[in-house]
Ligand binder design. Structure first.
Ligand code: F2R
Ligand code: MG
Ligand code: MG
Length: 349
């Protein structure tokens, strides 16, 4: 499809759910042989499996809240979104939430709460969370707002409801920017895509909060820009090992150690790769590769799935995979509503 086509919207939202559902199998695993990944993915083609057999986790649970809030309020409403996060957690607490964020979700359900951003600010002795929980649910912001400045602003605020450390919310901004650019067809020119992300993040990370958090956490002055430069260096190499990707970019629960990794997974899988099946399309390659990195596989595959889905479109996702994943059909329907909202905006064309 062309820029911001319905196919790309559906691919992005369904790709994210698929990543979460198929990635859950390996979350936390230190080493994941590709053989095991392919066995897991091949099992999705087994007709005897029930519908929605692979359950979604917190990644999708929170993304669904973001989508419902953006659609119901026809834009960003922090009170409404916070209420939905709290309600979702109270109804379904067993979705594998991070151990810190649970405190925020409990506080957000208090009727006495006047500032919905305060519980997030109180996390980790006032330093705020740098986990990837803001980034894992950031894709819908790119599907609701056609204007780049809005995508940045609302992805940041949406993440700040649970993640007040700049290394947490800036990861969400980067993820939303990657989906936004992919939706426009920017992955047709991978070098320009990564350069554009670096340019945007130079501006995003140019503030005092980023400088101060980076200093305290002993990271580079602009941590995400530094990682994106590493992505660029890895792209330029003819051969890259899994070990190298993990040591350069990470595969962990911090946004800094997972958002640039997800972006690399998408870029690396734009072309066929030696150890991936020849009959796989680009989105399937991206899923398999993300899982083979181990670590925070559900979240890395979820974020990579959104970016890749926005590039390849819904047609490249096997129906058998969609059927196996809880929430994938809902995501498909919601993508259509977001597409309408996006194109209703004056910038949406
Ligand atoms: N939590 C998981 N998976 C592991 C266990 C699953 C569950 N217990 C089960 O077995 O079912 N996955 C999900 O969590 C990640 C998103 O986490 P989020 O929302 O960012 O949570 P949190 O608690 O804010 O941060 C995660 C951890 O990061 C460390 N951390 C964050 N900020 C810190 C800081 N300023 N100082 C020190 N540590 C900090 C803490 O260890 C947090 O617990 C996704 O992977 C999702 O799939
Ligand atoms: Mg999860
Ligand atoms: Mg995870």
């Amino acid at each position: 499809g062309g820029p911001a086509s319905l196919s790309r919207f559906r691919g992005a939202l369904v790709g994210a759910v698929l990543g979460d559902c198929v990635g859950g199998e390996f979350e936390g695993a230190e080493e994941v042989p590709m053989e095991n990944v392919l066995r897991h993915l091949n099992s999705l083609d087994d007709d005897t499996k029930g519908d929605g057999i692979l359950e979604y986790s917190d990644d999708t649970a929170m993304a669904r809240c973001v989508v419902q809030s953006l659609l119901t309020r026809a834009g960003f409403d922090e009170q409404d979104m916070a209420r939905r996060f709290a309600k979702e957690y109270s109804v379904s607490p067993g979705r594998g939430y991070g151990s810190g964020v649970i405190q925020v979700l409990k506080k957000l359900s208090s009727p006495q709460l006047s500032d919905v951003f305060q519980p997030a600010r109180d996390q980790f002795n006032g330093r705020g969370s740098f986990g990837n929980g803001g980034a894992m649910r950031a894709a819908p912001f790119a599907l609701a707002f056609p204007d780049l400045a809005d995508v940045k602003r609302f992805a940041r605020l949406g993440a700040m409801l649970t993640h007040s450390c700049s290394l947490g919310y800036n990861g969400a901004v980067l993820q939303a920017l990657a989906v936004h650019l992919s939706l426009q067809g920017a992955l047709d020119l991978p070098q320009q895509f990564i350069s554009r992300l670096i340019t945007e993040m130079e501006e995003v990370e140019g503030d005092e909060a980023t400088r101060s958090d980076a200093r305290v956490l002993k990271e580079a002055e602009k941590p995400f820009c530094d990682r994106l430069h590493r992505v660029k260096d890895l792209m330029d190499k003819s051969k890259v090992s899994i070990e190298e990707v993990i040591s350069e970019l990470g595969n962990g629960i911090a946004a800094l150690h997972s958002v640039p990794t997800a972006i690399f997974c998408v870029l690396h899988c734009l072309q066929p790769r030696e150890n991936l099946p020849e009959n796989y399309g680009g989105l399937q390659r991206t899923m398999a590769y993300s899982l083979a990195l181990g670590g925070d596989t559900d979240t890395i595959a979820c974020m990579a799935g959104a970016i890749a889905g926005a590039h390849y479109g819904i047609e490249t996702i096997p129906q058998t995979w969609i059927k196996c994943c809880e929430g994938a059909e809902d995501a498909d329907a919601n993508a259509e509503h977001l597409h309408t909202l996006y194109h209703q905006s004056p910038q949406g064309g």
